[in-house]
Ligand binder design. Structure first.
Ligand SMILES: [Zn+2]
Length: 76
């Protein structure tokens, strides 16, 4: 697939997704599989991956986590 912004080549890689869950709750998910543009660095995360990340974040933050890092590889 081509980058929607610059038409550059998108390649499989990983990205880091920050999730804001409110004013004082931020969770960053590392190692999320994504298509990354080799030219401008824009990325595209597939829908099933996004859904899995959201579920993962929801479970992790149930324990009262307000700030932290999660690793996608541990959710899979
Ligand atoms: Zn691009």
């Amino acid at each position: 697939m081509k980058c929607p912004l610059c038409k550059g080549t998108m390649e499989r890689g990983e990205t880091t997704l920050p999730f804001e869950l409110g004013a004082d709750r931020v969770v960053v998910v590392k190692h999320v599989p994504a298509l990354t543009c080799q030219q401008c660095g824009d990325y595209f995360v597939e829908l099933d991956v996004t859904k899995r990340v959201e579920k993962f974040v929801a479970v992790a933050t149930k324990d009262g986590l307000t700030l932290g890092f999660l690793d996608y590889q541990q959710a899979a």
